[in-house]
Design a protein around this ligand. Structure first.
Ligand SMILES: Cc1cc2nc3c(=O)[nH]c(=O)nc-3n(C[C@H](O)[C@H](O)[C@H](O)COP(=O)(O)OP(=O)(O)OC[C@H]3O[C@@H](n4cnc5c(N)ncnc54)[C@H](O)[C@@H]3O)c2cc1C
Length: 395
């Protein structure tokens, strides 16, 4: 027999977007239920993003999820660009009037939010798979889902799809009312985790005719490293020594530098894609985070955009709850899409400036090097990159 329950805001997806939205609504006294298809251990261990913009850090602190982040996260004041055997550092606070970023893994953000939610928050149901959202254009949309082997129904005042790129919520927007803009890239990333202290104090973005490489970290003892690889690459074709040799070759500069090697603990290939679905609201169904848009990870924007969306949405729902005004909610899609397209452009810019495409001509490479040289020599060009990287202020 189908069980029916009601909530004010039904949230599909317990990733960063869904968990943070639940936290923010809880603080506004708005009841909600989070449906997450996977189990807790899976969600807490899924390796993904690791760079938090200043605005993301501020929101996590303000909602009570910043304590461990402030203790264990690594504050970074810049990044290094490598190209043409040279290294150039960008000083973020100097270029942006004081903005910086925090290295704190998405796995840890998710763990902190789950712990808060289970301790003092709205229901968070693991193993609850949403099957469909119905009645988006009615006053009482509903989510059909399965949980503990039973078909269930959640009726809601509003449904928020935070169910990522492969979720079901997007389908609640009829085809005639939705438009998707997409771009795929002719390369992927091979991402690895290594049990070795990072070889650099800040992230290094390396342009090379052999392909792009990124040197990042999760903690003072764990490195996170990426290599551009062809689409369809099988990680099994990349034994550990081949990965280390290639990272070394792509980061080479005419100055002393040593890449510390260590045991690799995870290896995965990530495709690179840009996609935006508009609008982000249809009737009483709203989309947030990867459910509405994805970016290639070169600009470190995916997680930060998800946080920005739900921050805007939580404020709009809070205003509705306190005053009865739907004005902010009505503006939700337009407000978010402005920021989304800026992040899409920045992610595309970083990706196409730093990667070497399979059909790239020597002319294209000279253009990339000229652009990198411009960033290294013009404070204006450097500030443009730094402002986008550290994140535009949340209005
Ligand atoms: C493999 C990978 C690596 C990435 N690496 C980086 C990176 O290095 N840097 C960066 O900035 N960004 C990275 N990203 C992007 C970043 O992690 C995402 O933008 C971020 O996770 C978005 O959060 P979200 O909550 O919107 O979506 P998600 O994190 O995808 O969360 C969606 C949640 O919904 C759940 N769900 C899905 N369908 C259903 C359903 N039908 N019913 C119930 N629950 C459902 C999923 O299990 C998941 O927990 C990466 C993304 C991926 C996929």
């Amino acid at each position: 027999m189908t069980r029916i329950r009601h909530t004010t805001v039904g949230i599909i997806g317990g990733g960063p977007a869904g968990l943070l939205l639940a936290r923010l609504l809880h603080r506004s006294g708005i009841d909600c239920v989070v449906l997450e298809s996977r189990d807790r251990a899976y969600v807490e261990q899924r390796q993904r993003a690791g760079i938090l913009e200043q605005g993301t850090v501020d929101v996590l602190r303000a909602c009570g999820a910043g304590e461990r982040m402030d203790r264990e996260g690594l504050v970074h004041d810049g990044i290094e660009l490598r190209y043409d055997r040279r290294a150039h550092r960008l000083d973020f606070p100097a270029l942006t009037g004081g903005r910086r970023v925090m290295v704190y893994a998405q796995t840890e953000v998710v763990k902190d939010l789950i712990a808060l939610q289970l301790d003092d928050g709205a229901p968070l149901l693991f193993g609850a798979q949403a099957l469909a959202v119905e009645g988006a254009d009615t006053d009482r949309p509903l989510v059909r889902y399965t949980h503990q082997g039973r078909q269930q129904t959640l009726t809601c005042d509003y449904v928020v799809g935070c169910d990522g790129f492969h979720g079901v919520a997007r389908q609640a927007v009829p085809e005639h009312a939705r438009r998707t803009y997409e771009r795929s890239y002719p390369y992927s990333w091979l991402g690895v985790l290594a049990d070795v202290p990072p070889s650099c104090d800040e992230l290094v973005y390396a342009h090379s005719e052999r392909g792009f490489a990124l040197f990042s970290m999760r903690t003072p003892t764990v490195s996170r490293l990426y290599l551009q690889v062809p689409n369809g690459t099988d990680p099994a074709d990349w034994p550990d020594d081949r990965i280390w040799d290639e990272l070394d070759a792509r980061a080479a500069i005419d100055a002393p530098w040593k890449l510390e090697r260590g045991p690799l603990t995870a290896k995965a290939v990530l495709p690179m894609r840009s996609s935006v679905t508009e609008p982000m609201r249809y009737g009483r169904v709203l989309l947030a985070g990867d459910a509405a848009h994805i970016v290639p990870p070169t600009g470190a924007k995916g997680l930060n955009l998800a946080v920005a969306d739900v921050t805007v949405l939580a404020r709009a729902l809070d205003r509705l709850h306190r005053t009865g005004s739907t004005e902010s909610l009505d503006a939700y899609s337009d407000t978010c899409l402005r920021r989304v397209w800026r992040a899409e452009h920045f992610s595309y810019f970083m990706t196409t400036t730093l990667h070497t495409g399979p059909d790239q001509s020597p002319f294209d490479t000279r253009l990339q090097l000229s652009q990198l040289d411009r960033i290294s020599t013009s404070p204006h060009a450097a500030a443009e990159l730094a402002e986008n990287y550290t994140g535009l202020p949340l209005k």
